[in-house]
Design a protein around this ligand. Structure first.
Ligand code: SF4
Ligand code: SF4
Length: 177
């Protein structure tokens, strides 16, 4: 008798679980899904993320703020910044980088380079979609870093976080002679 009751209990619980479980499944089929088919569908990205250090362009001169002092390069724990200072025709060092390269594949996004820069030449961009299957695609030169800054700034302008200063000024940002 006790065995028969236990069997009925198990059958009852199994049937109840199936009804409740399928009920939840059927109810959720009519709800709007919380997931999106990324990357075809873009979710809203939160502002203020730290994605990559980028080179800022001076609003008045239209040139990079960077004077090639090398402090960010020396402050970077995984050594992912490489700078070569420009040398003029007179053989003297010039206060801007001939090359400025950042390897995002090694970057910890720690912000130490930004904090180390005394010339307000670096900032963390809000550009988050930079992944690639090719590691060499994650090595950015100064033109690309300025372009990423431009993209990040455009996002901030669109979000009302800063004012637009015009594309012409930014486009001229890395040209030095
Ligand atoms: S980004 Fe700043 S810290 Fe780095 S080399 Fe340029 S001026 Fe110096
Ligand atoms: S964020 Fe950190 S790891 Fe990345 S370049 Fe700057 S100092 Fe280096």
């Amino acid at each position: 008798m006790r065995a028969a009751v236990a069997l009925w209990e198990r059958l009852w619980n199994t049937g109840k679980s199936m009804v409740v479980g399928h009920g939840i499944t059927i109810r959720e089929m009519f709800h709007k899904p919380v997931t999106v088919r990324y990357p075809e569908e873009k979710p809203p990205f939160e502002r203020g993320s730290r994605s990559v250090p980028v080179l800022k362009v001076n609003e008045e001169s239209g040139l990079l703020n960077c004077v090639s002092c090398g402090l960010c390069e020396r402050s970077c724990p995984p050594s992912c910044i490489e700078i070569v200072q420009a040398i003029g025709a007179d053989g003297h060092r010039k206060p801007w980088p001939e090359t400025f390269q950042l390897d995002l594949s090694h970057c910890m996004v720690c912000n130490l380079c930004v904090e180390a820069c005394p010339f307000d030449a670096l900032e963390m961009a809000d550009v988050v979609e930079l992944s690639s299957y090719q590691v060499q695609d994650l090595i950015f030169n100064k033109e690309q870093l300025a372009e990423l800054w431009k993209t990040s700034r455009a996002l901030r302008v669109a979000g009302g976080e800063c004012i637009d200063m015009g594309d012409d000024t930014v486009a001229a940002g890395v040209v030095r002679s």
